[in-house]
Design a binder for this molecule. Sequence first.
Ligand code: DX5
Ligand code: ZN
Length: 210
Amino acid sequence: MKKVSVSFLSSKNIPQDLRKLNDTDVDFIHVDIMDGKFVKNKTMPFSEMKNIYKYTSKRLDVHLMVEKPSKYIPLYAELNTEFITFHVEVEEDIVACLELIKSYSIKCGLAISPDTKISELIPYLPYLDEIIVMSVVPGEGGQEFIRSTESRIQELRDLIDSYQFPILINVDGGLNNETCKYCSLADIITSGSYVVKSESFQEKISSLRD
Ligand code: DX5
Ligand code: ZN
């Protein structure tokens, strides 16, 4: 069965929505971090973001949409974090950043934007626990799922299977009960507005599982 990660990026009342998510069977809370440089928007600073722990005991799936992951990794490693993932498009030393994440005994991942070739991931496969395939252009919640993501997931699945690496595929952006049908080869579905803008979080989470 697929795992589900929920992003609170589009939430209007974060403490309330995190408490509501804590009462569901969601697997992870997806924490979107934006620096206003790698993407236009900016999320709240770590000094505020770290308060997440007050509202949820769920494990965190941290998605860094930032130019310099090495600045953020030590901060987010302090929280109840399962994965820290940053983008393969960054200019920092990718292997050094992946090793920095692992030095905290946290699972590491790379995210890939819709316009980047899947083959860019090849050099890093031996280091990775997860890959986030972006199904929207990173930067904001509530966008429409890009249909060609389906063939990109297939390409990545074939690549991972050919090398036999135990890497989880997470798909992020524009996911709902319809678009998740195009992600049957994924292990984790990340969804934001479809869940947090709904009346019943649990019902929406269950609808993404299979
Ligand atoms: C996009 C973010 C996603 C997004 C998911 O830049 O990385 O995590 O917020 O939200 P929805 O499901 O609303 O696209
Ligand atoms: Zn995300």
